[in-house]
Design a protein around this ligand. Sequence first.
Ligand code: PEP
Ligand code: MN
Length: 364
Amino acid sequence: MGNTTNILALGEWLDDRVEPLVISGPCSAESPEQLLATARLLAQNPYVKAFRAGVWKPRTRPGAFEGAGSKALSWLKDVRDETGLPIAVEVANPEHVAECLKHGIDILWVGARTVVNPFSMQAIAESLRGVDIPVMIKNPVNPDVKLWLGAIERVLNSGINKIAAIHRGFDIYQKTAFRNAPMWEIPIELKRCLPEIPIIVDPSHICGRRDLIADVSQKAYDLDMNGLMIECHYNPDVAMTDAEQQLTPDHLFAIVDNLIIRNQKGDQECQHRLESLRSEIDKIDRELVHLLSNRMKVTEEIGKYKKEKNITILQLKRWANIMNDRLELGSNMNLDQSFLQRLLNLIHKESISVQTEILKNKTR
Ligand code: PEP
Ligand code: MN
């Protein structure tokens, strides 16, 4: 486990006095004009604390625009000089790190396609040894919290103490409305393992389209995440990469103005009320566990009886009746049908495996 004792809070390297904290800028640096036109607008908003731009773009297939390369680093320096916004750039190897350091880039981030590779992460981490620069680490494209943790640990081990994770969603086989499924349980698990590491959410790469970005940004704050990275372009429709998901600065400002920032704790009265509601939940959960255990005991009884009488485990008609009956009951009690269906299926699966064990076991 990397050294987490001296991690600096986000406010030590990014202005976090007014929430939400937003890092914004185009997917790719395309030209000095495009960068300045976008940055001038973004810099007018108090929520925008840093300017992002990709200079080396990891593209799925060759032939697409692969970024303007090192020359864009001096364009970005001009952006910082004019707007005062710190500049964040994606790095994918030690050469990128060296180029960024040479050009005085303020913040580095490692992209999702690089985080999947421990060799690349280790090489980047080595190139950061002895350097004092903030580093943000995106989640790997696949939903593997250990890989994400490992990448963060490698950077921590190289002595970096200004560090953040970026949640940009996961490329999964099932198609969803999102470009990359958010799978919030993974950043939550990362927070549980490394509570000191701030998590910045990247709704642009999660959504892949503009109309979902407001909801995902709100969800990030509802889940106590620490900031947002959102792609903006002064004219998104002509963007050379990720055009469908980039916002105009005005659109971004409307979204952040409407965000509700929630308190983590609330006042004493609020805490008392929550405590009493939580103790009700604790009581109900215990009852649920008791009921489940009783149900399993009856399942076992049935299993033994089926074994004795040589009857099959699966009784489709009985199962269909159970499902219909419980779903109807649940719908009268305002329970979400798909939730109840998933829960019942899980219980049924467990019952089948308990009975299978009994039928297999010769001595039982
Ligand atoms: C990006 O931020 O433009 C980018 C390439 O993102 P990701 O690494 O999340 O795909
Ligand atoms: Mn992008």
